[in-house]
Design a protein. Structure first.
Length: 395
């Protein structure tokens, strides 16, 4: 078995184990009180990868330590926060005495994963930034916990805390790579249509215009689709403000998120404001953005004073929405970088769901069709049609 397939299997097994073990089954006391038990909270923290666990544990302690007994405080700190820095220790001691509260307003960030936000806060040495980073991490943990409730479909667990948008991730393979890779992009679309005709998933009448607009986002043919969606977003937002209906709320949210993806930030902000939010507050910035709209973010990631290859090495950055366009922006195959990441899936289980389709894309760029065929055998439902093997006609 090749290194690429072993890495794929490894990251898939890590992801499946995390899915299975982190399912939230509330006990009777939790259901009656509405407050998760100590065992549940600590158990969920233990399941998180270490890099994500520490900031979440810090945020949890800051929020609740003043209500805990001294033995509970000591036990928690000993297990989850055993070696705090001097700044961290002073914050934890203040929280234990009830002299510290979490910030009321959380900062806006393009970073998706708490470990990245926490790392930057640690580098700054600012107590305020550490507080904010830990509060963001605690919020992300709660949202992740809610995603993993016992009656939730395991196939939906594709992010840490926020949705990547209403479009299937595989559509990125047709939208973001260079135009001259037409054959590979067409294979992805053909596979998607094959799955659709076979009834493996459904696309609603609302989804199709969005998919067409995203696939053609950087082409002139896409402009009419994006224009129509923008008009629909404005109309739906105005209807919601007048009616406050649940249907209009849903579509204002759906279209507002798409407007952010397409670079229409002002209209996106207006939709979010109509819903009573900021588009950044509810995570619309954590979507893949096309190359032509991604220049500023890409320059930040690739700036000369930083490691220009960090986006291919750091697991939480490599599979963030900021980096997705970088993986697909050129014709360079990066199988070795992806294989190395997949072998480090323990550090970030979300490597598999966020990058497995991109892994297949780079295997195709490298001409590794045997590996692609093996992946199709291992995970038929996740195949994106790039193996080059003829697909049977569907009646």
């Amino acid at each position: 078995m090749t290194d690429e397939i072993q890495a794929y299997q490894h990251s898939l097994s890590i992801w499946e184990r995390f899915q299975s073990e982190s399912r939230y089954v509330p006990d009777e006391a939790s259901l009656l009180s509405g407050v998760p038990s100590v065992n549940l909270v600590d158990g969920f923290l233990r399941l998180m990868p270490p890099a994500e666990r520490k900031p979440a544990a810090f945020g949890l302690f800051i929020r609740f330590a003043r209500n805990w007994s001294p033995p509970r405080q000591s036990s928690f700190l000993g297990e989850f926060l055993p070696d705090p820095s001097p700044v961290e220790r002073s914050l934890l001691e203040a929280a234990a005495k009830g002299a510290l509260k979490p910030p009321c307003k959380l900062p806006v960030t393009l970073e998706e994963f708490p470990s990245r936000i926490w790392k930057r806060a640690q580098t700054s040495g600012s107590p305020g930034r550490l507080l904010s980073a830990s509060s963001l991490a605690f919020k992300a943990m709660i949202e992740l916990w809610e995603q993993h409730e016992v009656d939730t479909d395991l196939e939906d667990f594709m992010t840490l805390s926020i949705p990547s948008g209403d479009l299937p991730l595989v559509i990125d393979l047709a939208a973001l790579p260079p135009v001259d890779l037409h054959e590979l992009k067409t294979r992805v679309i053909d596979r998607l249509m094959e799955e659709l005709r076979a009834g493996h998933f459904e696309i609603s009448t609302e989804d199709m215009p969005a998919i067409k607009a995203w696939v053609l986002v950087d082409a002139d043919e896409g402009k009419p689709f994006i224009g129509k969606l923008a008009v629909e977003a404005k109309t739906t937002m105005e209807k919601y403000l007048a009616t406050c209906s649940l249907r209009d709320h849903h579509h204002t949210r759906r279209l507002g998120r798409l407007m952010f993806r397409f670079g229409l930030r002002r209209l996106s902000s207006q939709c979010a404001k109509a819903l009573g939010y900021s588009s950044w507050e509810i995570g619309w910035q954590h979507q893949a953005i096309s190359a032509t709209m991604h220049t500023r973010i890409r320059k930040i990631i690739l700036r000369p004073d930083s490691d220009a290859d960090a986006w291919m090495k750091e697991p939480a950055l490599a599979c963030s929405a900021m980096s997705i366009p970088l993986w697909l922006a050129d014709r360079v195959e990066r199988v070795s970088a992806l294989t190395a990441l997949f072998n480090k899936a323990e550090e970030c289980p979300w490597i598999f769901p966020r990058l497995q389709h991109i892994y297949q894309w780079h295997l195709a760029l490298a001409g590794k069709h045997e590996e692609l065929r093996l992946i199709e055998q291992l995970s038929p439902d996740l195949a994106v049609g790039l193996s080059g093997k003829p697909t049977p006609a569907i009646p």
